[in-house]
Design a binder for this molecule. Structure first.
Ligand SMILES: Cc1cc2nc3c(=O)[nH]c(=O)nc-3n(C[C@H](O)[C@H](O)[C@H](O)COP(=O)(O)OP(=O)(O)OC[C@H]3O[C@@H](n4cnc5c(N)ncnc54)[C@H](O)[C@@H]3O)c2cc1C
Length: 340
């Protein structure tokens, strides 16, 4: 089967590796330069560990990071790790057309997608494809061109996050706030990352109190994160965003399938988005290799396998129904951000 993978992020690279292990030669199109990536705090949930193991990389990634909630059998709930190291491990030995952009899909007369239009330093090209796999992230253009319906739901809260070059003694901590919001952090060998929910006040108001106020608030609410947050050089290391949750009622149409962030995006305290994306890649690689060259059969099998695994995360996402059933109070004075 001729498979074109739009997007060489975590999920696209994982799919490429797993397909190559099954004897296929997918074409991976990535718009960024080789080794370029968006730096961020990253913990890889256990949902993605079987895919890494199948790719022969689980032990290597464990060695690079720190285990969160390690178990006696060597497994763990998640691995906190520098995301650039995971990306370069996945990319090693995987052919990728970097600095190329997928610009459109090519339909046949019946509307079935039979190729991808690609633009790169050498000019425009069409890549004939039996299956185009959208691994192009939450703002997927491939999903849009394929006409797959999208439910993007803004979360009720905003989010503040920071990334520090200081690694802390503790690996992970998270607390719920009185209003059902949450504050958490994790640390890997090269740094640490913290996040908390805040009112949707906009970037300017959220960052206006400044770094000293943020440091003392964080240190009081989550003492394990104190040395990490104290390592921030300026308020520029702190980001405010208004996250959205993404779900799609269907994950494929003839000739196209969407996986990873292109298909779903979960709330921040699940810590599950990347792990579920890697598990998507694992299931799709298996579905493609067992479908004897029939892309529609592969997509049907993929959707049947992944629905029961992914849909419950979407339904139960605490970002949609914050702590359903739990007592919700107004935030305490020390929990308010920006402070009153
Ligand atoms: C600040 C932050 C912190 C996060 N922390 C965690 C965490 O701790 N744990 C967790 O599980 N998840 C976390 N996530 C989410 C996680 O990063 C994603 O779930 C994961 O990266 C999904 O991978 P993906 O390959 O599906 O999409 P992406 O990582 O978005 O990759 C998409 C790729 O497609 C490329 N692309 C896009 N359009 C085109 C095009 N037209 N042509 C060619 N290439 C294209 C992009 O350049 C990119 O490389 C975090 C996200 C953010 C933003």
């Amino acid at each position: 089967m001729r498979v074109t993978i739009a997007g060489g992020g975590l999920v696209g690279l994982m799919l490429a590796r797993l397909l190559r292990r099954r004897g296929l030669e997918p074409v991976v199109i990535e718009r960024m330069r080789e080794s370029q990536y968006v730096a961020r705090g990253f913990m890889l949930g256990q949902q993605g560990h079987p895919a890494l193991a199948d790719a022969g990389l689980l032990d290597e990634v464990r060695q690079m990071g720190r285990a969160i909630a390690p178990r006696p059998d060597g497994s763990c709930a998640a691995i906190a790790v520098e995301v650039g190291r995971v990306l370069s491990t996945l990319a090693a030995g995987t052919p990728v057309r970097y600095e190329h952009v997928v610009t459109d899909l090519v339909p046949d007369a019946a509307g079935r997608i039979v190729g991808a239009r690609v633009d790169g330093p050498g000019g425009a090209d069409v890549i004939p494809s039996d299956l185009v796999v959208a691994c192009d992230g939450i703002r997927s253009r491939v999903r849009e061109w394929a006409g797959l319906a999208t439910d993007l739901e803004p979360m009720a809260e905003g989010k503040i996050e920071w990334m520090s070059p200081v690694s802390t003694r503790e690996t992970f901590a998270m607390e719920y706030l009185s209003n059902g919001g949450h504050i958490g952090f994790f640390s890997w060998p090269e740094g640490s990352f913290g996040w908390r929910t805040v009112e949707r006040v906009g970037r300017e108001a959220a960052l206006a109190p400044g770094l000293d106020a943020l440091t003392s608030s964080w240190s009081a609410l989550l003492p394990a994160a104190a040395s990490g947050v104290r390592g921030l050089a300026s308020i520029e290391d702190v980001h405010y965003s208004e996250p959205e949750l993404l779900s799609c009622p269907s994950w494929w149409s003839p000739g196209v399938v969407i996986i990873g962030d292109a298909a779903h995006f979960f709330g921040p305290e699940t810590g599950a988005s990347a792990g579920i994306g890697l598990a998507d890649a694992h299931a799709l690689a298996e579905a493609i290799s067992t479908s004897a060259g029939d892309p529609d059969a592969a997509c049907r099998a993929y959707e049947a396998w992944r629905g029961p695994a992914v849909r419950p995360y979407e339904m139960a996402d605490p970002g949609r129904a914050r702590l359903a059933g739990a007592r919700i109070d107004p935030p305490g004075p020390d929990e308010r951000w920006p402070p009153a």
